[in-house]
Design a protein around this ligand. Structure first.
Ligand SMILES: C[S@@+](CC[C@H](N)C(=O)[O-])C[C@H]1O[C@@H](n2cnc3c(N)ncnc32)[C@H](O)[C@@H]1O
Length: 268
Protein backbone atom coordinates (compact mmCIF):
# COMPACT_ATOMS: atom_id res chain seq x y z
CA UNK A 1 0.00 0.00 0.00
CA UNK A 2 2.78 2.38 1.01
CA UNK A 3 4.63 1.69 -2.27
CA UNK A 4 1.48 2.21 -4.30
CA UNK A 5 0.88 5.62 -2.70
CA UNK A 6 4.53 6.47 -3.32
CA UNK A 7 4.23 5.37 -6.96
CA UNK A 8 1.07 7.45 -7.52
CA UNK A 9 2.73 10.45 -5.87
CA UNK A 10 5.85 10.06 -8.00
CA UNK A 11 3.91 9.75 -11.29
CA UNK A 12 1.72 12.74 -10.45
CA UNK A 13 4.76 14.91 -9.73
CA UNK A 14 6.34 13.78 -13.02
CA UNK A 15 3.15 14.50 -14.98
CA UNK A 16 2.93 18.00 -13.60
CA UNK A 17 6.56 18.74 -14.41
CA UNK A 18 6.38 17.78 -18.08
CA UNK A 19 4.08 18.90 -20.88
CA UNK A 20 1.72 16.04 -21.67
CA UNK A 21 -0.27 15.67 -24.86
CA UNK A 22 -3.67 14.61 -23.52
CA UNK A 23 -5.40 15.37 -20.24
CA UNK A 24 -4.24 12.72 -17.79
CA UNK A 25 -6.96 10.71 -16.09
CA UNK A 26 -6.47 8.74 -12.89
CA UNK A 27 -9.49 7.18 -11.16
CA UNK A 28 -11.77 9.17 -13.46
CA UNK A 29 -10.28 12.51 -12.33
CA UNK A 30 -8.21 14.77 -14.57
CA UNK A 31 -4.97 15.11 -12.61
CA UNK A 32 -3.08 17.12 -15.22
CA UNK A 33 -4.23 19.01 -18.31
CA UNK A 34 -2.61 18.30 -21.64
CA UNK A 35 -1.49 20.61 -24.43
CA UNK A 36 -4.24 19.16 -26.65
CA UNK A 37 -7.93 19.43 -25.87
CA UNK A 38 -9.70 16.13 -25.24
CA UNK A 39 -13.13 16.73 -23.70
CA UNK A 40 -14.40 18.59 -26.78
CA UNK A 41 -13.56 15.50 -28.87
CA UNK A 42 -15.00 13.05 -26.37
CA UNK A 43 -18.26 15.06 -26.41
CA UNK A 44 -18.56 14.26 -30.13
CA UNK A 45 -18.07 10.54 -29.46
CA UNK A 46 -20.47 10.07 -26.58
CA UNK A 47 -23.72 10.31 -28.61
CA UNK A 48 -22.33 7.63 -30.96
CA UNK A 49 -21.62 5.24 -28.09
CA UNK A 50 -24.91 6.14 -26.39
CA UNK A 51 -26.89 5.14 -29.46
CA UNK A 52 -24.99 1.84 -29.88
CA UNK A 53 -27.35 -0.81 -28.61
CA UNK A 54 -24.88 -3.47 -27.43
CA UNK A 55 -21.55 -3.83 -25.60
CA UNK A 56 -18.75 -2.70 -27.84
CA UNK A 57 -15.07 -3.21 -28.44
CA UNK A 58 -12.81 -0.25 -29.28
CA UNK A 59 -9.36 -0.21 -30.83
CA UNK A 60 -7.66 3.08 -29.88
CA UNK A 61 -4.70 3.52 -32.25
CA UNK A 62 -2.17 6.02 -30.91
CA UNK A 63 -3.87 6.16 -27.52
CA UNK A 64 -1.29 8.61 -26.03
CA UNK A 65 -2.23 9.05 -22.34
CA UNK A 66 -5.33 6.90 -22.81
CA UNK A 67 -7.82 9.73 -22.25
CA UNK A 68 -10.38 8.26 -24.65
CA UNK A 69 -10.01 4.62 -23.63
CA UNK A 70 -10.01 5.31 -19.88
CA UNK A 71 -13.05 7.57 -20.31
CA UNK A 72 -14.93 5.03 -22.43
CA UNK A 73 -13.99 2.12 -20.14
CA UNK A 74 -15.29 4.10 -17.15
CA UNK A 75 -18.47 5.45 -18.75
CA UNK A 76 -19.38 2.24 -20.61
CA UNK A 77 -18.44 -0.62 -18.27
CA UNK A 78 -19.60 -3.25 -20.78
CA UNK A 79 -17.14 -1.99 -23.36
CA UNK A 80 -13.63 -3.30 -23.93
CA UNK A 81 -10.94 -0.78 -24.93
CA UNK A 82 -7.74 -1.90 -26.59
CA UNK A 83 -5.10 0.84 -26.61
CA UNK A 84 -2.06 0.80 -28.88
CA UNK A 85 0.96 3.09 -28.53
CA UNK A 86 4.73 3.01 -28.09
CA UNK A 87 7.63 5.36 -27.45
CA UNK A 88 8.34 7.02 -30.78
CA UNK A 89 11.02 9.45 -31.91
CA UNK A 90 8.53 12.33 -31.87
CA UNK A 91 6.52 11.43 -28.74
CA UNK A 92 9.43 10.02 -26.72
CA UNK A 93 7.86 8.50 -23.65
CA UNK A 94 4.21 7.88 -24.57
CA UNK A 95 4.70 4.11 -24.47
CA UNK A 96 6.24 4.07 -20.98
CA UNK A 97 3.85 6.62 -19.58
CA UNK A 98 0.75 4.80 -20.78
CA UNK A 99 1.91 1.68 -18.98
CA UNK A 100 2.19 3.64 -15.70
CA UNK A 101 -1.28 5.07 -16.31
CA UNK A 102 -2.70 1.57 -16.83
CA UNK A 103 -1.37 0.64 -13.39
CA UNK A 104 -2.81 3.79 -11.85
CA UNK A 105 -6.19 3.05 -13.46
CA UNK A 106 -6.29 -0.62 -12.55
CA UNK A 107 -9.80 -0.26 -11.14
CA UNK A 108 -10.78 -0.56 -14.82
CA UNK A 109 -10.76 -4.20 -15.82
CA UNK A 110 -11.91 -3.55 -19.38
CA UNK A 111 -8.73 -1.99 -20.77
CA UNK A 112 -5.95 -3.72 -22.69
CA UNK A 113 -2.65 -2.11 -23.68
CA UNK A 114 -0.68 -3.33 -26.69
CA UNK A 115 2.66 -1.61 -26.62
CA UNK A 116 3.60 -1.44 -30.30
CA UNK A 117 4.09 1.12 -33.07
CA UNK A 118 1.62 -0.37 -35.54
CA UNK A 119 2.71 -0.78 -39.14
CA UNK A 120 0.69 -1.40 -42.27
CA UNK A 121 1.71 -5.10 -42.05
CA UNK A 122 0.51 -5.29 -38.42
CA UNK A 123 -2.86 -3.96 -39.55
CA UNK A 124 -3.12 -6.49 -42.37
CA UNK A 125 -2.37 -9.29 -39.89
CA UNK A 126 -4.78 -7.82 -37.33
CA UNK A 127 -7.49 -7.85 -39.99
CA UNK A 128 -7.09 -11.61 -40.35
CA UNK A 129 -7.50 -12.18 -36.61
CA UNK A 130 -9.70 -9.49 -35.08
CA UNK A 131 -12.63 -7.19 -35.65
CA UNK A 132 -13.78 -4.21 -33.59
CA UNK A 133 -17.00 -2.26 -33.23
CA UNK A 134 -15.07 1.01 -33.27
CA UNK A 135 -11.60 1.92 -34.41
CA UNK A 136 -10.38 5.31 -33.16
CA UNK A 137 -7.55 6.82 -35.19
CA UNK A 138 -7.17 10.36 -33.95
CA UNK A 139 -4.28 12.35 -35.47
CA UNK A 140 -2.15 9.25 -35.89
CA UNK A 141 -2.26 7.91 -39.46
CA UNK A 142 0.14 10.60 -40.77
CA UNK A 143 2.66 9.35 -38.15
CA UNK A 144 2.37 5.68 -39.10
CA UNK A 145 4.15 6.01 -42.42
CA UNK A 146 6.02 8.82 -44.21
CA UNK A 147 4.55 7.69 -47.54
CA UNK A 148 1.20 9.17 -48.53
CA UNK A 149 0.42 6.06 -50.58
CA UNK A 150 0.96 3.84 -47.55
CA UNK A 151 -1.12 6.18 -45.40
CA UNK A 152 -4.05 5.62 -47.78
CA UNK A 153 -3.46 1.86 -47.57
CA UNK A 154 -3.43 2.12 -43.78
CA UNK A 155 -6.80 3.85 -43.93
CA UNK A 156 -8.07 1.03 -46.13
CA UNK A 157 -7.02 -1.52 -43.52
CA UNK A 158 -8.53 0.53 -40.69
CA UNK A 159 -11.81 0.70 -42.64
CA UNK A 160 -11.92 -3.10 -42.75
CA UNK A 161 -10.89 -3.51 -39.11
CA UNK A 162 -13.95 -1.94 -37.49
CA UNK A 163 -17.67 -1.64 -38.11
CA UNK A 164 -17.01 2.04 -37.56
CA UNK A 165 -13.80 3.97 -38.14
CA UNK A 166 -13.68 7.30 -36.32
CA UNK A 167 -10.78 9.28 -37.65
CA UNK A 168 -9.47 12.77 -36.89
CA UNK A 169 -7.30 14.73 -39.29
CA UNK A 170 -5.79 18.16 -38.75
CA UNK A 171 -5.70 21.50 -40.54
CA UNK A 172 -2.05 22.10 -39.65
CA UNK A 173 -0.29 18.71 -39.87
CA UNK A 174 -0.53 15.86 -42.41
CA UNK A 175 -2.61 18.14 -44.62
CA UNK A 176 -2.43 16.00 -47.78
CA UNK A 177 -3.87 13.11 -45.80
CA UNK A 178 -6.50 15.47 -44.34
CA UNK A 179 -7.64 16.40 -47.87
CA UNK A 180 -7.72 12.73 -48.84
CA UNK A 181 -9.90 11.81 -45.85
CA UNK A 182 -12.24 14.71 -46.62
CA UNK A 183 -12.47 13.50 -50.24
CA UNK A 184 -13.10 9.91 -49.08
CA UNK A 185 -15.95 11.13 -46.88
CA UNK A 186 -17.82 12.17 -50.06
CA UNK A 187 -17.28 8.78 -51.72
CA UNK A 188 -18.17 6.18 -49.07
CA UNK A 189 -20.72 6.05 -46.25
CA UNK A 190 -19.56 8.62 -43.74
CA UNK A 191 -20.90 10.93 -41.06
CA UNK A 192 -19.03 14.15 -40.40
CA UNK A 193 -18.97 14.60 -36.62
CA UNK A 194 -17.53 18.10 -36.55
CA UNK A 195 -14.56 20.40 -36.24
CA UNK A 196 -12.67 20.92 -32.99
CA UNK A 197 -10.06 23.34 -31.66
CA UNK A 198 -6.89 21.29 -31.18
CA UNK A 199 -4.75 23.04 -28.58
CA UNK A 200 -5.07 24.89 -25.37
CA UNK A 201 -3.60 28.34 -26.00
CA UNK A 202 -0.79 27.47 -23.59
CA UNK A 203 0.12 24.48 -25.79
CA UNK A 204 -0.36 25.99 -29.26
CA UNK A 205 2.89 26.24 -31.24
CA UNK A 206 1.38 28.81 -33.65
CA UNK A 207 0.53 31.58 -31.19
CA UNK A 208 4.02 33.02 -31.74
CA UNK A 209 2.84 33.84 -35.30
CA UNK A 210 0.53 36.50 -33.89
CA UNK A 211 -2.68 34.50 -33.46
CA UNK A 212 -4.67 35.45 -30.38
CA UNK A 213 -6.25 32.00 -30.10
CA UNK A 214 -5.12 28.61 -31.37
CA UNK A 215 -5.95 28.45 -35.11
CA UNK A 216 -5.28 24.67 -35.41
CA UNK A 217 -8.34 22.57 -36.04
CA UNK A 218 -9.20 18.88 -36.20
CA UNK A 219 -11.98 17.37 -38.29
CA UNK A 220 -13.62 14.15 -37.12
CA UNK A 221 -15.32 11.68 -39.47
CA UNK A 222 -17.16 8.44 -38.79
CA UNK A 223 -16.82 5.96 -41.65
CA UNK A 224 -18.98 2.87 -41.84
CA UNK A 225 -17.32 -0.51 -42.42
CA UNK A 226 -16.33 -1.70 -45.87
CA UNK A 227 -17.07 -5.28 -44.80
CA UNK A 228 -20.25 -7.01 -45.85
CA UNK A 229 -22.25 -7.17 -42.58
CA UNK A 230 -23.82 -10.55 -43.45
CA UNK A 231 -20.44 -12.19 -43.54
CA UNK A 232 -19.80 -11.27 -39.89
CA UNK A 233 -20.35 -13.45 -36.85
CA UNK A 234 -23.75 -12.89 -35.28
CA UNK A 235 -22.27 -12.82 -31.77
CA UNK A 236 -18.81 -11.26 -32.10
CA UNK A 237 -16.04 -12.39 -29.77
CA UNK A 238 -15.81 -9.77 -27.01
CA UNK A 239 -12.12 -10.16 -26.19
CA UNK A 240 -9.04 -10.41 -28.32
CA UNK A 241 -7.06 -13.54 -29.10
CA UNK A 242 -4.06 -14.43 -26.94
CA UNK A 243 -2.01 -14.67 -30.16
CA UNK A 244 -2.87 -11.04 -30.97
CA UNK A 245 -2.00 -9.93 -27.44
CA UNK A 246 1.37 -11.64 -27.71
CA UNK A 247 2.16 -10.65 -31.31
CA UNK A 248 1.44 -6.99 -30.59
CA UNK A 249 3.37 -6.92 -27.32
CA UNK A 250 0.42 -6.80 -24.93
CA UNK A 251 1.64 -5.62 -21.51
CA UNK A 252 -1.57 -4.79 -19.65
CA UNK A 253 -3.27 -6.55 -18.00
CA UNK A 254 -0.40 -8.77 -16.94
CA UNK A 255 -2.75 -11.70 -16.47
CA UNK A 256 -4.28 -11.85 -19.92
CA UNK A 257 -6.69 -14.68 -19.03
CA UNK A 258 -8.33 -12.23 -16.61
CA UNK A 259 -9.86 -10.25 -19.43
CA UNK A 260 -9.86 -12.40 -22.52
CA UNK A 261 -13.25 -13.23 -23.91
CA UNK A 262 -15.07 -12.30 -20.74
CA UNK A 263 -17.85 -9.79 -20.40
CA UNK A 264 -15.96 -7.46 -18.09
CA UNK A 265 -17.27 -4.90 -15.68
CA UNK A 266 -15.41 -2.36 -13.55
CA UNK A 267 -14.29 -3.41 -10.11
CA UNK A 268 -16.04 -1.68 -7.23
C1 LIG B 1 -0.63 13.24 -32.28
S1 LIG B 1 -0.71 12.06 -31.03
C2 LIG B 1 -2.47 11.77 -30.96
C3 LIG B 1 -2.89 11.11 -29.70
C4 LIG B 1 -4.37 10.80 -29.58
N1 LIG B 1 -4.81 9.86 -30.59
C5 LIG B 1 -5.17 12.06 -29.64
O1 LIG B 1 -5.66 12.44 -30.70
O2 LIG B 1 -5.33 12.70 -28.59
C6 LIG B 1 -0.16 10.61 -31.84
C7 LIG B 1 0.00 9.40 -30.93
O3 LIG B 1 0.18 8.26 -31.77
C8 LIG B 1 1.28 7.50 -31.30
N2 LIG B 1 1.83 6.80 -32.46
C9 LIG B 1 2.64 7.28 -33.44
N3 LIG B 1 2.89 6.33 -34.37
C10 LIG B 1 2.20 5.23 -33.96
C11 LIG B 1 2.05 3.91 -34.49
N4 LIG B 1 2.67 3.53 -35.61
N5 LIG B 1 1.26 3.02 -33.82
C12 LIG B 1 0.64 3.39 -32.68
N6 LIG B 1 0.75 4.62 -32.12
C13 LIG B 1 1.52 5.52 -32.76
C14 LIG B 1 2.21 8.52 -30.65
O4 LIG B 1 3.08 7.92 -29.72
C15 LIG B 1 1.20 9.45 -30.00
O5 LIG B 1 0.82 9.01 -28.73
Amino acid sequence: MFFRVLFVFFVLILVNLMAVYQDVKVNNEIVSVGTDLCSNRYDLLRPIFDEYQKPFKVLDVGAAQGFFSFSIAQDYPQSLCIMVDENTSYYGNHGDFLYDLCKLNNHLDNVIYLRKALSFCDLMQLNKEEHFDFVLAFLVVHLMSPSFKEQTQIIDELLKLGDNLIIEVASDIGVVLSSYVEFLSTKIECRYLGEVVRHRNSGCPRLSEGFINCPCRGKIFLFKSKIDKDSKEKEPFRGIKKETYEALNGIHPEDFSFINGQQTTNKE
